[in-house]
Each structure stands twice: as C-alpha cells, then as structure tokens.
Design a protein around this ligand. Structure first.
Ligand SMILES: [Zn+2]
Length: 382
C-alpha cells in the first residue's frame, strides 16, 4: 500500500474507515481515501501567448550559459541550480518556464514562505505580462489554477500529478526541509521534472548529484561581478558584544542596517536596548503589521531593523549592511547564516556591503559559513 499523496508506505499510518483505507501521515491536509486520489487533478490548458516575457535587465554571459544549460537538461533530468545568494536564480529559469508554457505545459513555482510567494508572483506577473500568474497560499486559495502557479510547498497537496515542471525554491528552508510529508507531496505533484534552486544544497540533494539522478549547475557570481561580502567574525562576552554592535551601527549609520537575532526574546531585549539610542524597528514572526514594518524599513535609506530569521530569505533591501548577533546560537545552521550574509550587496547600485558575525563563543558552524563564502568567491575568480 502506498499513499498517493505523501508517498507513505509505512503500514502503521494506514487506517481503514467506513469508506475505505486512508493515510494518517498526511491527514492534516484532509482525509483522502487511497483509491480516490489516484486520478491526476485536471487543470486548465495554458493560454496561447502565455510564454511571452520581458526581463528588466538582460542576463549576463554567465547567467545566460546557466539558463541555456538548465533548459537543455530539464527535459531529461531533474536539475539543481546552485548559485550564490543574489546571483539571480529566478531570472535563470525564466527561459525554461517560457519554453514549457509555449508547449502548453503546466509549471509551478513552490516556496516555503508565504511572503515570498506573494512577492515572487507579483514579480513573475511583471515578467510574463500576458499570462495569468496565480499565487496560492494561506489567504489566497479561491483561485488555484492559472498559466503559472506560485504556491507554498504546503499547497502542493492540491495538485496531484499536475505539473510538467516543478520549481522548488530553497528546498533547504523550513518547513519544507526535513519534512517527509511535504517532500512526498511535492514528489506526487510533479509528473515531469524538478528544478531545485538553492545557494546551500542539503545532504540529500548532494547525494542525488553524486548518484547521477540530479544534474548540478553552479553559478558563483552575482550579476554585478562583485564577490560576496565575507563576514567578519567577532567573539566576546556580553559587554564586549554590545561594544562591537554599537561600533558597527555607528560605522554604517549612513546605510540601512539589518541586525539578525536567533530568538524573538533576544530580539525584543536588543530592540528595547537599542531604542534608547537610535530609531530602530523590530520584525519577528509575531509582528502583526510585518508588511508595513518591512515597507517602512525599505523606504528609509538610513533605517535600522532587528529581525529574526523571518527575514532571512527572499527580502532584498538595497545597500543593506548585515550583522548577525549571536551567530553562534544553535538555531542558526550554515545555510541560514549564508542566506543572511547574502542579504548584503545585492544590487548594481550597491554591490558591496559589510557583514559582521558577533558570537559569544567559538562556533564551528560560523567558521564553516565563512569558508563556504570564501570558496564561492575563489571559484568565480578563476
Ligand atoms: Zn499520506
């Protein structure tokens, strides 16, 4: 027995109800009888002309190479697009998406975070002006079909064997990472091939690359050609950490500054302290008017924000300087640290930036993160 939705084969999860067998591992997506869900969901046909697109900036030579290789490979294999933060990974799959739409194939972009779904679908609507780009996530579930679907990984349960191309953006991000139910659901939503977009592939993706079931394309260069900012690491006990932080804040007072913290609690404390000295905002998963707070920060060229990992991915603030306070906290993994450091120097107008890691004690993870960034910079200098 195999659950057609989440791929579960473990017998202890199967129960027999009055209407037949069902799987309890994915029951929070609604009870589905095993025999009922084996029909692929039927979606509308892609409109003619949906494939027409316009990019604001032309691709760089390096991006073009990756984009072409991606299109060529995805016809016969799953593809891993491994590029540094800010390399323009969305731009590099546009050509592939267009080619699929032209053949009337169904394409889906799936992402862990709701906020990124909304931002990305707005961006894709601008790029594919003639196609119906539909965001599907919490609060946006009345319309679930279009030419191009952008959804949270949670919402993939609606699309049993529906997609010819499934693009999984940052599969190493919570909650997709490490959730076998979501992985199973993603696998059953795709009847064609997958593209994984990430700066930091996890062990499973690495394993598939070495087994030959996943084709890896690497781009370690940002479009503006500048290297990734290498983090400076400072270590010390509390008063010293605050001295480092205040010094950093003052050094960069002419720029927007993002200070990442590991926990909401620490965020509140640090925010309360800094507020005595500077205007500063706080953004955590519990911030109610989060969109407003982010917009306000975005509009202030000398603003400052204390944030938890809720802002770790997907948010681009021009000219942002990045500090990670308590980078040694166990909640931060290497992928997360690299993502946060990658918020710096992302735009043509401000291609450089400063990244500071402040830690309480020596951390191997922090050290490895810096090594990864160095390695990426070296490999693109060749
Ligand atoms: Zn299941």
């Amino acid at each position: 027995m195999r659950c057609p939705r989440c791929g579960n084969t473990d017998r202890q999860w199967f129960y027999k109800g009055s209407r037949g067998w069902y799987c309890r591992r994915c029951i929070h997506f609604g009870r589905a009888l095993l025999q009922e869900e084996s029909e692929p969901v039927s979606l509308q046909e892609v409109q003619a002309g949906a494939e027409e697109y316009m990019l604001k900036y032309p691709l760089t030579e390096a991006q073009k190479r990756v984009s072409e290789a991606c299109l060529a490979k995805v016809r016969s294999s799953d593809v891993l697009l491994q590029c540094v933060c800010g390399a323009g990974k969305t731009e590099m799959v546009i050509e592939t998406i267009a080619a699929m739409l032209k053949e009337r194939k169904k394409v889906c972009f799936a992402i862990s975070r709701r906020q990124v779904v909304l931002e990305l679908s707005a961006r894709l609507s601008g790029i594919f002006a003639r196609s119906r780009v539909v965001p599907v996530c919490q609060g946006y579930t009345t319309v679930t079909d279009g030419d191009l679907i952008v959804c949270t990984t949670h919402q993939l349960y609606r699309y049993y064997r529906a997609f010819d191309l499934l693009i999984l953006d940052e599969p190493d991000a919570f909650p997709f990472k490490g959730d076998p139910v979501l992985h199973g659901i993603a696998a059953s939503a795709c009847r064609g091939h997958c593209i994984y977009l990430t700066a930091t592939p996890d062990r499973e993706l690495e394993r598939r690359v070495s087994k030959g079931t996943l084709y890896r394309l690497v781009l370690n260069q940002r479009p503006h050609g500048y290297p990734l900012p290498e983090p400076v690491i400072r270590t010390g006990f509390l008063p010293l950490r605050l001295v480092y932080l205040l010094h950093w804040i003052n050094t960069h007072r002419k720029h927007p500054r993002m200070i990442f913290v590991p926990t909401i609690r620490l965020g509140k404390v640090l925010h309360m302290f800094l507020r005595l000295l500077y205007p500063v905002a706080l953004c955590t998963s519990r911030t109610e008017n989060r969109d407003e707070v982010i917009e306000h920060f975005r509009s202030d060229p000398q603003g400052m924000i204390v944030a938890t990992t809720v802002l770790e991915r997907g948010v681009t603030i021009a000219d942002a300087q990045i500090c990670i306070y308590r980078a040694d906290h166990r909640i931060f993994d290497r992928a997360g640290l690299i993502q946060m450091a990658g918020r710096a120097g992302r735009t043509f107008a401000a291609p450089t930036g400063d990244v500071l890691f402040i830690q309480g004690e020596y951390s191997q993870t922090v050290r490895e993160c810096r090594e990864d960034i160095r390695r990426a910079n070296l490999s693109c200098a060749v």
